[in-house]
Design a protein around this ligand. Sequence first.
Ligand SMILES: O=P(O)(O)OC[C@H]1O[C@@H](O)[C@H](O)[C@@H](O)[C@@H]1O
Length: 312
Amino acid sequence: MATVSMAFSLPALNSRTLRRVNRKPGLALATMNKEATAVGVRVTEGEGNLPKVVLTSAGGSEADIYLFGGCVTSWKVSSGKDILFVRPDAVFNKKKPISGGIPHCFPQFGPGPMQQHGFARNMDWSIVDSEIVEGNPVVTLELKDGPYSRAMWDFSFRALYKVILNAKSISTELTITNTDNKPFAFSTALHTYFSASVTGASVKGLKGCKTLNKDPDPANPVEGKEERDVVTFPGFVDCVYLDAPSELHLDNGLGDIISICSTNWSDAVLWNPHLQMEACYKDFVCVENAKIGNVQLEPEQSWIAKQHLGVS
Ligand SMILES: O=P(O)(O)OC[C@H]1O[C@@H](O)[C@H](O)[C@@H](O)[C@@H]1O
């Protein structure tokens, strides 16, 4: 993956410069023509020449976030191991969402009146703020409605996505605000792809949840209840867990136990495509924090949800 090897140098990003130059989409790229320094938060050129924010923590962990889709594509812990997974068929040309990392599903999860998983993963987000807190980088991205989103969903909204990298964790906070003068409703998810050995991977914490099993037909989920303490991925898995607990544990089958803690992400989704993606299904599982039922927001109201992924 291309990193900082560019013909031009990069800007030193601090809160003041980011506030000044990145209020409008597109300006993050323009700032890449200035002098180079990288402390904690920097913008570089990623795959397909797309702008990418790199967070580097004092503890040696690193995260990559593409402005296209506001997508965290990599979270490397200090050993250099990437806890997230990007599919080998992922493209970085803006013609499709980036298939991997933590894509946004907003304002629709799954199939529905608009494109699968909504438009947020197909739009350019911009940087509105960054700071370093005790050696840990923090960046806030923003997405607002535009002609592309309005054509599918005719509402004015503002999404803020704050990403905080610590030595052993990455946290996100998503705030959706209704900036329209009429109410709207949405569903949403963080469609997190974890690196895994699928035969050894399992999730704890879902026992007792009501399930909507999208196997075999995602458009007609079957209701049920999870009876297992430890949920595995023996074949095709596509299942929604309603009112999931705020803490789940993923054993990725690669020697890591990952805690997945959340606030206000009421639901969870497990997905592995099995033979539908023969080239890569053995190498990842998706454990998604989701809000499946519609969130209703009146004008000026906001909805906030937090996710915290940690390794021990
Ligand atoms: O291929 P996409 O659009 O990224 O979606 C992948 C999968 O995403 C999951 O969240 C859904 O539950 C699946 O039904 C879907 O197939």
